[in-house]
Design a binder for this molecule. Structure first.
Ligand SMILES: Cc1cc2nc3c(=O)[nH]c(=O)nc-3n(C[C@H](O)[C@H](O)[C@H](O)COP(=O)(O)OP(=O)(O)OC[C@H]3O[C@@H](n4cnc5c(N)ncnc54)[C@H](O)[C@@H]3O)c2cc1C
Length: 436
């Protein structure tokens, strides 16, 4: 009996999974393997992602069992454990999804060094690879989104792959599927969403069945909560991005607006693939920052800036481990442009809390907001009060997260300094952004 290993990384699904399909086609038996990287758990793994990951692994195990298989879990160094499983089962090939981060590149190189030509990487984490979508200028990546999107929308995408009908797994030792607490020592956000392919597919079906139609109109309306909330499922690969794009009808207004956001995901991935240093270094040089100020950073982090729209965002981040895009932008712009603090501080804080935290999307969106990234208007500053008036006109969003201001009617909630609110109840603004 021939054996192949399907190494799951950020592709925790059985639908449209190129690595799993390739392993099933390459051999009679497949080891569906997940390695819990001991270098990261439990102390270096943020709790929100740990709990989402654990739930996604449990759903993956169930989906594999439904097809006659089961998830094989090992704990240790990824390279050592893959090599051990290859030795124990006599596997002749190892299949995994491609990725763009520095860590994943290092992992792939180390696997190839250890196992040589047996290692096969399959495109699957973005919907258009840099090879399919290279700029005509000869550069190694697109640095501006609009021309990228014009080409992206035209790319021919393969049909989603079918789920392997039956899987046979050789006899090989496995640890139990880890729980969230096995993976992280910290407490997750109280309103954290649940991870996993079955959950994600139901969410996607519901989304495509109606709410997407209003996406173009409502996606920035903070009170309406009208975005898909698919980001963590895309991050962990509970959904295939290619399948999502294929299922979106981009001839409709809502579908096109939604596809455009999915293109941003691919765009940032191709920037990071070409410039891995952009994870922590400025993509473009920028005017000097203000002096580092621990106190204003702490006020921003803890939602005590005195600007309700910013503070509401920072509270939602902690409560849910997730934020709508507009709220992320307002919070990031406030820290970097209004308070003139280093984007890396904010990016690190988001990486800790966001359940969808992603090196490509988080770091490059932070750079975009800070003016060091791919924004073609790097000096624009988002005024938090104008943003609040525009994207939370009746104050619904702020009222949801700042109950201490809930008595202020309509848009008056965005200017508590005009309302005689006791500073012991809600702080005065830490800087003047509006020329009060
Ligand atoms: C400062 C900052 C940090 C961010 N950090 C992350 C992060 O760590 N992980 C992450 O997935 N997204 C990040 N984003 C992008 C975006 O805000 C989230 O993807 C989105 O809010 C997730 O909610 P949703 O799934 O409802 O999105 P929807 O509005 O429904 O969009 C659909 C999908 O498109 C993709 N997408 C949407 N906007 C962007 C964008 N600007 N860049 C890249 N992809 C996008 C996401 O995969 C998202 O799930 C960040 C944005 C900012 C401004």
């Amino acid at each position: 009996m021939s054996v192949a290993v399907a190494l799951f990384t950020r592709d925790l699904r059985v639908h449209d999974n190129p690595a799993l399909t390739a392993a099933a086609r390459a051999a009679d038996q497949v080891v569906p393997l997940f390695v819990v990287d001991e270098a990261l758990v439990p102390d270096r793994c943020p709790p929100n992602r740990a709990h989402f990951l654990a739930a996604a692994l449990a759903e993956l195990d169930t989906a594999l069992r439904d097809r006659g298989g089961a998830l094989v879990v090992r704990r240790g160094s990824v390279i050592d454990e893959v090599a051990r499983v290859v030795d124990e089962t006599g596997a002749t090939s190892v299949h995994l999804a491609d990725d763009v981060s520095y860590y994943s590149g290092k992992r792939e190189r180390a696997l190839r060094e250890r196992l040589g030509g047996a290692v096969h990487c399959h495109a699957g984490s973005v919907t258009a690879t840099s090879t399919e979508l290279a700029p005509s200028t000869g550069r190694d990546h697109f640095a501006v989104f609009t021309p990228y999107f014009r080409r992206w929308i035209e790319v021919h995408r393969r049909s989603p792959l079918p789920v392997p009908r039956a899987l046979s797994v050789p006899s090989v030792g496995s640890d139990p599927v880890p729980t969230g607490s096995d993976l992280s020592s910290g407490e997750p956000s109280p309103e954290l969403t649940v991870g996993g392919e079955t959950t994600a597919r139901a969410l996607l079906d519901d989304w495509l069945d109606g709410p997407i139609d209003h996406y173009a109109r409502d996606n920035d309306d903070l009170g309406a909560d009208a975005t898909s909330r698919l980001s963590a499922h895309l991050h962990f690969g509970c959904l295939s991005p290619t399948e999502v794009v294929r299922r979106v009808d981009a001839t409709t207004e809502g579908g096109l607006a939604f596809a455009r956001q999915l293109a941003w995901r691919d765009f940032h991935h191709q920037v990071l693939a070409a410039r891995p240093d952009a994870a922590w270094s400025d993509y473009r040089r920028r005017a000097p920052l203000g002096p580092a100020d621990d106190r204003v950073f702490a006020d921003w982090r803890d939602g005590r800036t005195g600007y309700p729209i910013v503070d509401a965002a920072m509270r939602q981040l902690r409560a849910e481990g997730w934020l709508p895009g507009r709220a992320r932008l307002i919070a990031a712009s406030f820290l970097t442009k209004s308070l003139r603090q280093d984007w890396r501080l904010g990016a690190r804080h988001f990486l800790h809390w966001l359940v969808d935290a992603d090196v490509a999307n988080n770091q490059l969106n932070w750079q975009w907001a800070a003016g060091t990234g791919t924004d073609t208007r790097p000096n624009r500053v988002l005024n938090p009060v104008r943003q609040a008036d525009r994207y939370d006109p009746d104050g619904t969003y702020v009222r949801r997260w700042l109950p201490e201001l809930a008595h202020l009617p309509g848009a008056r909630i965005h200017r508590p300094w005009r309302e005689n609110v006791d500073p012991a109840t809600y702080p005065e603004p830490i800087i003047d952004c509006v020329g009060r």
